[in-house]
Design a protein around this ligand. Structure first.
Ligand code: SF4
Length: 371
């Protein structure tokens, strides 16, 4: 049976964080109609997915932990009733630490929820307040403890580095504190600020690019020392706890995204819903809520393969690229990648090339030269 990942977007937040450029709305009155509409939308996918088994589900946001017990029951119940699930399906929910409760976790795990991704962001109260987060480091520790009590054996913590006035030492302390909570997985993102977000006013207090690179590389070294191996630009895990859902994106496997702003890769097409809750709520059929829809041509597939596999520590498989795009493309890409070897930006693997941490930090520049 074909396998597919299901992404469900929850575009609601209590308030906007000072650095956030993601689409989400803060009107709680829209949440109940949104849950109902989404459950209806899910049914429309019963026929297209009849030959598929769902082996990963990811509730992302926004703030999925704003969903109450009844919402989890409605959504996960509708998914379970209408689709075929793999017995070991990975079901993740992103949650903000201050909104996690035992009751919500019980509803989530009752339908097979087994992985939590907590938005910790920093272990320093001053930094959390500066970026507009409403939780404390203690809230995060409490949320991890609640997850363990609910039987969740796979917890991921999200952290942001290069915050205003943050030093390398401060960043490494944050990582140490996060690891002291014993998560199985850690994500680490470099702060980037769009011009229209409130924190942009503090851009002069951001670490320099050189400092950011040092933070990134020393963070990866520290994680490795504690048994968290980097498997993607911004992700490290204890062996066996890599995010199976997110790996689908980078390995070009199929996934279906439901909700405003959600993206899909299904049946040789990439499509996305418009980032607009109102349009989603008033759509008669799911196509009405789409923003983009394009067939992936063979040439695009090869470019995607290069771009996505170089995000991963497993790197680019050159034989696979040759099968997809021909010997000439392989030759050109190999030539460019081998030129990066003396600079310590990439390394050879058994099947091709992968970027080093130093290379990951400038991966956008490297990839744009390759494609
Ligand atoms: S909780 Fe997440 S999505 Fe919501 S405003 Fe903060 S960073 Fe953005």
């Amino acid at each position: 049976m074909n396998k597919i990942g299901l992404y469900f977007h929850v575009p609601f937040c209590r308030q906007k964080c000072a650095y956030c450029d993601f689409y989400s709305v803060t009107d709680p009155s829209l949440l109940a109609p949104y849950i109902e509409k989404s459950a209806e939308m899910l049914l429309l996918w019963r026929e297209p997915l009849k030959d598929y088994e769902i082996d990963t589900v990811y509730f992302g946001g926004g703030t999925p932990s704003l969903l109450e017990k009844e919402d989890w029951e409605r959504l996960l119940g509708a998914m379970r009733e209408n689709f075929s699930f793999a017995p070991d399906c990975e079901i993740t929910a992103e949650m903000n630490p201050e909104t996690v409760t035992a009751e919500k976790l019980a509803a989530f795990t009752a339908f097979g929820g087994n992985r939590l991704s907590l938005g910790m962001q920093s272990a320093n109260q001053t930094e959390l307040a500066r970026i507009g987060r409403k939780h404390s480091p203690a809230d995060c520790e409490r949320a991890v403890a609640l997850a363990r009590r609910a039987g969740i054996r796979n917890v991921s913590l999200d952290l942001i580095f290069a915050l205003p006035e943050q030093t390398e030492k401060g960043w490494l302390q944050n990582l140490e504190t996060a690891m002291s909570f014993s998560p199985e997985h850690l994500s680490f993102y470099c702060l980037t600020l769009a011009e229209h977000v409130p924190l942009y006013a503090q851009r002069s207090a951001l670490p320099s690019e050189e400092e950011q690179q040092k933070m990134y590389c020393s963070g990866i070294g520290l994680l490795e020392k504690h048994g968290y191996l980097q498997y993607e630009i911004s992700n490290a895990a204890r062996p066996g706890f890599e995010s199976r859902h997110n790996l689908k994106y980078w390995r070009r496997e199929e996934y279906l995204g439901i909700g405003p702003g959600a993206h899909s890769f299904f049946g040789g097409k990439r499509f996305s819903f418009a980032a607009d809750v109102h349009r989603f709520l008033t759509a008669k059929k799911w196509e009405d809520a789409l923003e983009t829809c394009e067939a992936v041509l063979p040439a695009d597939a090869a470019e995607e393969r290069i771009m996505l596999s170089l995000r991963l520590a497993e790197g680019l498989n050159l034989a696979g690229l040759e099968r997809e795009a021909g010997a000439e493309k392989r030759f050109l890409v190999e030539k460019k990648l081998s030129a990066l070897l003396p600079h310590g930006l990439c390394r050879k693997t058994e099947t091709g090339y992968a970027l080093t941490p130093k290379g990951f930090f400038v991966s956008n520049e490297i990839i744009s030269q390759l494609i």
